[in-house]
Design a protein around this ligand. Structure first.
Ligand code: PMT
Length: 420
């Protein structure tokens, strides 16, 4: 019995009009062997090659065929199918289907489901080598790849029409392996994650400093969750009263400038940067060498801006997958989205702090948190829970977004090499 690496996963398999449609039978068999629940949507063209009954028998569920079927829409129409799926796989995908998808057509049930869905879409093209090489098809592939669609294959070799070249559907084993990879979420094995945590202290004189209420609990929970997920973890920590989690490399810092220097020193080793620290935005311009004496009734402190460490990492180490936090006392979404954009980062986790954060006792130093996570084109809410639980959920989300991000980078590189 193979390892059930797709258990609890729902794969919506789209089969389109290609001679390779019969090979979808083996894809279904392998997906089910891997533990996935499979539902099949067939286009009109696909039914000319294989009967729906074949796929119904293999998938164990009725095959979905028509967009405008009253009964189907009442039971499981395109919106429900889109919601049901964890991933949509189209294998084989004909040239016609690529056109429909690239141009957002909703003329077929399958295309309408893809439009209505925000889950990953993987495509295994299958067509004659000239059709594949045609600039119109290549333009569709480029458009889809730019939108994050995952291409699996095609393969090259002898084709059903007798030609030899690129365009054959890749073997079902490879297809299922790529789908499985997509779900290796929660897994950060082989990766290094750099996380900052806690407050910084900005010295005024040898005995006083400016700081904030961060306890480090959220950042330390992330370090621990990342270790559980298999990452190598470097924790750059402001002054906190917490034990270093097992197997974490901890670097202690005091000021924002110290934190900046430590992050710069470590960042090249990391693929992922999570900036949980409550870094002081400003520091005193003049740090007094001796203790400031109590004389005047009123004194003025002059402050200057610290480097935004997170923005610096994204600007100078563009390949790093950057996750920020936004601590806000109001208007959480707007401020968080603005930070996501300004800092040009991949993801931001926003939490309310202070008196507005009634459910989490202010969030600072609390064991509880709730997070709204935003990224370009998506968002999710991590409901009220312990920081330990939320850190695990956030790390799983980071792993998932990171692997999609890597696929996008690969796609972009492929598109560039196609152009060359
Ligand atoms: O430590 P705890 O008591 O558990 O509390 C957790 C927390 C509330 C501190 C944490 O969940 C959190 O929200 N951390 C971010 C705090 C913060 O500084 O937020 P911000 O909105 O001011 O900054 C936005 C982002 O820029 C953050 O990722 C921050 O780390 C980063 N930043 C800010 C200023 C600066 N000079 N350099 C930075 O890198």
């Amino acid at each position: 019995m193979p390892m059930q690496r797709l258990s609890n996963k729902r794969v919506l398999l789209g089969v389109t009009g290609s001679i390779a449609a019969y090979k979808a039978a083996d894809v279904i068999r392998r997906l089910r062997e891997a533990g996935a629940e499979v539902r099949v949507v067939m286009t009109e063209g696909a039914k000319a090659f294989v009967t729906p009954l074949t796929f119904q028998a293999l998938s164990g569920s009725p095959v979905h065929e028509n967009l405008l079927d009253k009964e189907a829409e009442a039971a499981m129409g395109h919106i429900e199918l889109a919601r049901w799926a964890d991933v949509i796989l189209i294998a084989p995908a004909s040239a016609n289907s690529l056109t429909g998808l690239a141009h957002g057509r909703a003329d077929e049930l399958l295309h309408a489901v893809c439009l209505a869905s925000d889950v990953p879409l993987a495509i295994a093209p299958a067509m004659n080598k000239h059709m594949w090489a045609d600039p119109a098809t290549q333009e569709n592939v480029r458009l889809l790849a730019q939108r994050g669609v995952i291409f699996i294959g095609p393969d090259s070799g002898e084709q059903a029409c007798g030609d030899v070249g690129e365009g054959r559907m890749i073997d079902s084993e490879t297809i299922v392996a790529r789908i499985t990879e997509l779900f290796s979420v929660g897994s950060l094995s082989g990766l290094t994650l750099l996380v900052t945590a806690g407050p910084t202290r900005e010295a005024l004189d040898p005995v006083r400093y400016l700081s904030n209420h961060s306890s480090g609990k959220m950042g330390y929970a992330i370090a621990e969750a990342a270790i559980e997920a298999g990452a190598k973890v470097i924790l750059v920590s402001g002054p906190v009263a917490l034990e270093t989690p097992d197997r974490v490399t901890r670097i202690n810092v005091e000021s924002a400038a110290d934190m900046e220097a430590a992050v710069k020193e470590q960042i090249t080793a990391a693929e992922i940067f999570v900036s949980t620290a409550a870094v002081a935005d400003y520091r005193p311009v003049n740090v007094q060498q001796e203790k400031i004496k109590k004389k005047e009734n009123r004194i003025t402190l002059e402050l200057e801006k610290n480097t935004d460490i997170l923005a610096m990492v994204k600007a100078d180490y563009a390949k790093t997958f950057c996750v920020g936090f936004a601590a806000e006392t109001q208007d959480l979404e707007n401020y968080a989205r603005a930070k996501l954009k300004q800092k040009n980062i991949e993801m931001i986790a926003a939490n309310l702090v202070g008196s507005a954060a009634t459910k989490t006792s202010g969030t600072f130093n609390s064991d509880l948190n709730e997070l709204n996570v935003y990224w370009q084109g998506g968002e999710t809410k991590l409901e009220l829970g312990s920081k330990t639980k939320l850190a695990r959920q956030l790390v799983a989300l980071i792993a998932q977004r990171f692997s999609l991000h890597e696929i996008n980078v690969q796609n972009e590189n492929n598109v560039i090499s196609l152009k060359q």
